[in-house]
Write a protein of this length. Structure first.
Lengths: 338, 338
DNA sequence: ACTTGCTCTGTAATTGATTTCATAGAGTAC
DNA sequence: GTACTCTATGAAATCAATTACAGAGCAAGT
């Protein structure tokens, strides 16, 4: 590969002039422009990203940390982020925490070694207390309500309120014993902790209500289907289900229909996400605009980068901007299962 | 952030010695080691990735190009790749071609500017003829049968054979007029072209068979459900469906059950992928190990990187290794819809 | 004629790490 | 004592770009 020196040699100009041309500076003569353009074509030049970012301190790269890139929620988040990344001119790194050789330090490595300009964190790094503090040194946007509690920028839907709304809806539809299905990585995906506190708030509001918490081993339709039997045998009095994901709810619904169970007469089912499958099955659910959230996260990260690009390099000398907390709207989609 | 010079100054050693320590070279005295370790802790040093890769010519970064990161197939591919990337010590970039501001040049930019060491291409860049040739200059592994036809390394399941097997199975089960559902991005996802040639081969083998090709606008359960009506009105004689994806097939199946249509008596349905939803619905399908494929792609890319790391930098001076063609096994999963 | 300002270009420093080469001291073999 | 190897270190070049600074050439204004 040829470099800027080759261009300089080939055109008889200096590297400074060539660099100026490449960066669109004024004060490059027409002849020089023409000569350089020609040389670029001839030598097949393209700039070296490493050298550029070494000099400029910018990489044009950001990363997003998710639990599992193949999970419908996270994959939609990644897709949204990837789309926006192109728009803003960034390359997007994807990091997964459900992997064997994963570790928080490994995830932070790119940001620490300045291989990326900023980080989007959508899943917990444990112990979060420790790493959240660490993250404050960098440009970080979190995509989870629980994660954003620290001094970090946050972008999330309000799980507390949305859970309350969902439970309230089930109550209105006549449910009195509600099974709440936990996310599979209950301990890792900290937003489920927020949901739990919403369950408690709700239970204390209506004394006649009972909440049963059930943990699903993973987040698939298959597991959802298997839960019907478990509910039937362990908690036969359950007449409403609030699921943390559409997949679990859909599986449960399919199993219920298979078993000839009256939905929503005998059992009301409410999902979360509004995936295509929910629409097909007529599953009531809470819609969250996940793709948009991913895109918005990139937008926010971009603003951060712009911000303290102008504040000078390295540490924020001036006062650090207060962390933004952005609530993304959600919407209850009432269909035929509630 | 402190750099290696700061470490040198702080310890009274030279940058050479510090660098040697950091890279685990022999010939660094115990005292020096200790002093450097201390300084690292004190100054909070971490190496600068840009400087490293400028000097070494390696980035420790690879990219994967997919059509849509939220599509079940591609997201599984990405997930597999992301897992393996951690294992091999790479950072993984994800690029999406279903995005508004996308362009082939934009996708190739990281590899051209040497921001990544290698590229995994799982979807077509148009015009593919042109870009395939361009890609031969770099370390590339393709994850699609059609793409790998050029002089590129390829890793794929055999769509020609698997399609034949699927059609053969439908035939055995009594189907005589088979609707083949095209991928949504028929023109982009070139493996569907290979499938089409398999349809033709199959039709020429059995004179009594009829193949009807249907194009779906996208690859969701919703669209699959809407196809039932279209088939019923436009091609009422259809008695078998071969779908390029489980999602379409599942949608169709759900709509058929809803309509009280006898599956597989009146209509046989075969999917592709073996997603959890297929298992729950009892959908017959062709299983492909997508996650593993993603992981394997990273493995192959890693081998490429290792290879011409030893062959010296830049162009392959010696003879270029012949491109590997790796067929991934698939498996017909016979359930209750055929 | 002299100053001022604008356009254009080149020299050289800088970014942070790695590596080649040179060198010096210590230990061992003859 | 001389020759040799082995360990440990530093000075300086290198990787490919950007940019501060200096300076040359030219036109316009006084």
């Amino acid at each position: 590969m040829s470099n800027i020196k080759d261009l300089a040699r080939s055109t008889g100009l200096s590297t400074a002039t060539v660099s100026r041309y490449l960066n669109g500076h004024p004060y490059v003569s027409k002849e020089a422009q023409y000569a350089i353009e020609l040389a670029i074509r001839e030598l097949g030049y393209s700039p070296n990203a490493a050298a550029r970012s070494l000099r400029s301190g910018k990489t044009g790269r950001i990363a997003i940390v998710v639990l599992d890139a193949s999970h419908p929620f996270y994959s939609a988040l990644v897709a949204g982020a990837a789309g926006a990344a192109v728009e803003y001119g960034y390359d997007l790194l994807v990091q997964q925490t459900c992997t064997k050789h994963w570790s928080p330090d490994r995830v932070l490595q790119p940001v620490v070694t300045r291989a990326i300009d900023a980080l989007i964190v959508a899943t917990e790094l444990e112990p979060w207390g420790e790493y959240a503090a660490e993250l404050e040194r960098f440009r970080v946007v979190t995509c989870d309500q629980a994660l954003s509690q620290a001094g970090l920028h946050g972008l999330y839907i309000d799980h507390y309120q949305s859970t309350l709304d969902g439970l309230e809806h089930l109550y209105e539809r006549g449910a009195r014993v509600i099974a709440c299905l936990h996310d599979p990585d209950h301990d890792r995906c900290s937003s489920s902790r927020i949901r739990v506190s919403a369950y408690e708030q709700f239970a204390s509001r209506y004394s006649e209500m009972r909440i049963v918490q059930l943990e699903a081993e993973d987040d698939t339709v298959e597991t959802g289907a298997s839960l019907l039997q478990r509910i039937g045998s362990e908690f036969p009095e359950v007449d409403g289900v609030f699921s943390g994901s559409d997949d679990l709810a859909a599986g449960l619904l399919l199993a219920a229909r298979e078993a000839g169970l009256d939905v929503p007469g005998r059992l009301r089912i409410l999902g979360f996400d509004d995936q295509p499958l929910a629409r097909v099955l007529g599953l009531s659910t809470i819609r969250q605009p996940v793709r948009k959230m991913g895109a918005r996260a990139v937008h926010e990260v971009h603003r951060l980068i712009q911000r303290n690009a102008s504040c000078g390099r390295g540490r924020p000398n001036g006062r650090r901007h207060a962390p933004d907390k952005i609530r993304v709207p959600y919407r209850l989609m009432i269909r035929s299962t509630t």
